[in-house]
Design a protein around this ligand. Structure first.
Ligand SMILES: Nc1ncnc2c1ncn2[C@@H]1O[C@H](COP(=O)(O)OP(=O)(O)O)[C@@H](O)[C@H]1O
Ligand SMILES: [Mg+2]
Length: 234
């Protein structure tokens, strides 16, 4: 469904992503793991057109999307949950969720999806009228995921949903991510928390200093001595 070929990202003279190739099949949850500074966010930003790639190509459902306009991503069916969440702080929880559905006009189904998101995250329902900027970090992460789901994407891009959150909150959020995946959503999950990412995904790619150094089934990578030594603290 998503094919990334020879993707490169540079900031001035600095090569953050050095020609990486990977793919995500329909219905899969694939993780891209790696240490801080490995180039994970740059990869996701280039795919989602937040920044321009310096080279390479991105295909989505067979169509080349390397240079499409950033605002066309949602209508193509790609939703990004950015690092740092990116909720609208001065809008309420309900308004943020409504923004996620702004391109849709299937009103009854929007209501169904909203009910589903509130069922996934009862905390958001309780805080429906609260301004998003006053939510805790974990609640903002829930809201950012909920808002992305409100666009009914074909592909969900998640940039470090666990970042900066207490373990209990991370558990809650990952329960929902796994539930969404189990319902057939295609997900590219970026994580520094390698254990969590590998335990949640089917396949994974390991990124180091802008290149992919390992890839394979997540369960196999979890058992790989190199991965265990470098990313699981063993
Ligand atoms: N806007 C930017 N300007 C210059 N360098 C950047 C910028 N964003 C990221 N970088 C650099 O690119 C490299 C990869 O960063 P990033 O993609 O954020 O990694 P990760 O998400 O894996 O932590 C890092 O060396 C980082 O300092
Ligand atoms: Mg990052």
């Amino acid at each position: 469904m998503l094919e990334v070929t020879g993707l490169r990202v540079a900031y001035g003279g600095i090569q953050a992503v050095r020609s990486i190739t990977f793919h995500v099949n329909e219905g899969e949850m694939v993780a891209l793991i790696g240490a801080n500074g490995a180039g994970k966010t740059s990869t996701l930003k280039a795919i989602s057109r937040v920044i321009d790639a310096a080279g390479g190509d991105v295909h989505f459902c067979g169509e080349k999307i390397t240079r499409i306009a950033p605002h066309d991503m949602i209508s193509k069916g790609i939703a990004l949950v950015p690092e740092g969440r990116g909720v609208f702080p001065r809008l309420t929880v309900a308004e943020n969720l409504a923004m996620g559905a702004f391109l849709r006009n299937d009103k009854p189904e929007i209501a169904t999806d909203l009910a589903k998101i509130y069922a996934y995250f009862p905390r958001l329902k309780e805080r429906e009228t609260q301004l998003a900027g006053t939510l805790s970090g974990g609640e903002q992460q829930m809201l950012a995921i909920g808002r992305a789901l409100m666009s009914r994407p074909k592909l969900l891009l998640l940039d470090e949903p666990s970042m900066g959150l207490a373990p209990i909150m991370v558990q809650k959020i990952f329960e929902v991510i796994r539930a969404v995946a189990a319902e057939g959503m295609t997900i590219l999950l970026i994580e520094q928390n390698a254990k969590l990412a590998l335990e949640s995904s089917q396949r994974a790619y390991v990124m180091e200093s802008g290149v992919i150094t390992l890839n394979g089934e997540a369960a196999k990578l979890l058992d790989d001595p190199k991965v265990r030594a470098a990313y699981l603290g063993e």
